[in-house]
Write a protein that binds this ligand. Structure first.
Ligand SMILES: Cc1ncc(COP(=O)(O)O)c(C=O)c1O
Length: 377
């Protein structure tokens, strides 16, 4: 059987990893400033994580959501404490798209309405409503177009006001910082106005923190830079440090009812063990403080490169923008310098999403390598 060929692959085969590095089958070492697509939060194969998962696997790996699972409660409690969001309830699922799908469904249940507002360049996943709320017609099949979604420009409150007044909108969904689209973000003024307008019009505000959450922005959630209180927050990626898990944080505006949401695998024992280890290590190693220190260092050092036009994003969710396309540079960084970086819909942007434990020394290696690659362009 062949694999369904949907991914253009780099010819690199990582076979093991530790911290911020991966090794290929020829034992070549790579610096990982891509974090496996913003997924690796506490570092690859962190010893506490390996021990926690191994221990759990030796006890019980899975049972269904029809019985008690104290690990879910432990996870919810720890997540509430570390994120400062202990006034939300938690629903556990398996991926980012699934988290957004459930969030949109909850908004529609609550309001009895079905139109969604999303933003230009947004990415929210590839399932039914999540992909419909994603600003990319290429990945929307005709089936997905039955969803009613209106895309509006980021940071313009006028069009938003006009659309919400129509009275048929269930949710506004917005990324804390745009990931796939290219690291653009709402201003504090915009987020505050958005929150106010949603409250006035009884529309559910969903903050997609799937990429920007879990400390990546320098606060636990990126929206916390703006002092707002969303109705729903969605999480995934960094939550399991590679173990598939997602979640929906739900404010007390929405009351749970039996059967409203459900999943076979969501919140299973192994997934919870992984997510608990992540939170324990984030706390133990003060990783969010570390993100801010290394981010400031990155921003200083990157100034040494005159070809860099702008650095977008926050914390360790950064986009280094040039006035030319970077596909060739990304390739050279991998194959000549053995450094992984990410791309974005904005083809002039190198996306930097390292494990949150990345060091200043790693940043030195990156900046020096990028200078050399640019000098050969
Ligand atoms: C902001 C955002 N939302 C949703 C998703 C979808 O997550 P998943 O691929 O786990 O379904 C992604 C994935 O890149 C994302 O960056």
């Amino acid at each position: 059987m062949n694999l369904f060929n949907v991914y253009p692959l780099y010819d690199v085969t990582p076979v093991r990893a530790l911290g911020c590095h991966v090794w290929d089958e020829n034992n070549v070492k790579y610096l990982d400033l891509y974090g496996g697509h913003g997924v690796i939060s506490i570092g690859h194969t962190h010893p506490d994580y390996v021990a926690g998962l191994t221990d759990q696997l030796n006890k019980i790996g899975f049972y269904s959501n029809s019985v008690q699972n104290p690990l879910q409660k432990e996870l919810a409690e720890k997540l509430g404490k570390i994120s400062g969001c202990d006034d939300y309830d938690l629903f556990l699922c398996n991926s980012g798209a699934e988290a957004n799908e459930n969030a949109l469904k909850l908004a529609s249940f609550k309001t009895g309405k079905k139109r969604v507002i999303s933003f230009s360049n947004s990415f929210h996943g590839r399932t039914s409503a999540a992909v419909a709320a994603t600003d990319n017609p290429k990945i929307n099949a005709p089936l997905n177009l039955q969803q009613e979604v209106t895309f509006l420009p980021l940071n313009q409150i006028g069009p938003l006001k006009k659309e919400l007044k129509k009275g048929d909108v269930c949710a506004v969904i917005i990324e804390g910082i745009q990931g796939v689209g290219g690291l653009d973000q709402g201003s504090t003024e915009f987020f505050k106005d958005l929150e106010k307008l949603c409250n006035e019009n009884e529309v559910i505000l969903i903050l997609d923190e799937i990429q920007s959450g879990y400390g990546r922005s320098g606060k636990f959630f990126a929206f916390q830079h703006h002092g707002i209180h969303p109705d729903i927050i969605t999480i995934a990626k960094g939550m399991g440090n590679g173990f598939p898990i997602g979640g929906v944080l739900i404010s007390d505006k929405i009351k749970a009812e039996y059967g409203m949401l459900g999943t076979t695998f969501g919140g299973n024992h192994l997934a919870c063990a992984a997510a608990i280890c992540v939170l324990d290590v984030l706390k133990k190693e003060n990783l969010i403080d570390h993100v801010n220190i290394v981010s400031a260092y990155f921003l200083e050092r990157i100034k040494e490169i005159p070809q860099v036009k702008k650095v977008k994003g926050k914390g360790l969710m950064l986009g280094v923008e040039f006035d030319f396309e970077v596909a060739g540079i990304r390739k050279k960084m991998i194959f000549d310098k053995h450094i992984f970086t990410g791309g974005a819909a904005n083809k002039n942007l190198l996306r930097i999403l390292p494990p949150l434990s990345v060091t200043k020394k790693d940043i030195d290696v990156f900046v020096d390598a990028l200078k050399e690659v640019l000098s050969t362009e």
